[in-house]
Design a binder for this molecule. Structure first.
Ligand SMILES: Cc1cn([C@H]2C[C@H](O)[C@@H](COP(=O)(O)OP(=O)(O)O[C@H]3O[C@H](C)C(=O)[C@H](O)[C@H]3O)O2)c(=O)[nH]c1=O
Length: 182
């Protein structure tokens, strides 16, 4: 597995070793030992999620506050998304900054997004199936949202039209220092 620390170094892009043969392919989608070696963190995942979305759907920017903050290991098994992480750690030199990567069934890349980040993605294929592991359970009371197009964050989403949003994501909650991470 190859690991690349992004412009926000705690966010790591993982590219698995894929074994192809005339039957198809095999790769380890998660290996605790290799993950720890690649990211430098030892995490326990407690939940797996799977969502399917059509082109133009944008889910995010979401996060859960402590003590329910979630680290996420995200990947796409079919289609393509532009996946974004936003640093919400007030003491971080990259506080309020974002990084984004293309994840697809084709490139099989994964993004490790630690607790302390908001997360979201937009679908850039006809459909996309998005799978991810989290280090804390779903806790709706601890969930917070930031507007996908918040000007203070300024994510450069690859959009050709207005995104398709859930009512929650359409509320447009502005980014503020409140509800961020120490
Ligand atoms: C996240 C979640 C949701 N749900 C239920 C709650 C709703 O009835 C339904 C859809 O939830 P929601 O619209 O919040 O789903 P997404 O917009 O995909 O939310 C996710 O979007 C971004 C990309 C994230 O990183 C988060 O993991 C998560 O917030 O599933 C659950 O039962 N468990 C869960 O863990």
């Amino acid at each position: 597995m190859q690991a690349q620390r992004l412009a926000i170094p705690d966010v790591v892009l993982l590219t698995p070793k894929v074994f192809g043969d005339d039957r198809g392919f095999f790769f380890e989608s998660f290996n605790a030992e290799k993950f720890a070696a690649a990211t430098g963190v030892d995490v326990q995942f407690v939940q797996d999620n799977h969502s399917k979305s059509q082109r133009g759907v944008l889910r995010g920017l979401h996060y859960q506050l402590p003590p329910n903050a979630q680290g996420k290991l995200v990947r796409v098994v079919q289609g393509e998304v532009f996946d974004v992480a936003v640093d919400l750690r007030r003491n971080s030199p990259t506080f309020g900054k974002w990084v984004g990567e293309i994840l697809s069934g084709e490139n099989k890349r994964q993004l490790w997004i630690p607790a302390g980040f908001a997360h979201g993605f937009v679908v850039t294929s006809d459909t996309a199936e998005f799978l991810y592991k989290t280090t804390a359970l779903y806790a709706p009371s601890a969930e917070r949202c930031i507007a996908w197009d918040d000007p203070d964050i300024g994510v450069a989403w690859p959009l050709t039209a207005a995104p398709l949003l859930s009512p929650k994501d359409a509320e447009g909650v502005a980014f503020t220092v409140a509800d961020t991470f120490a």
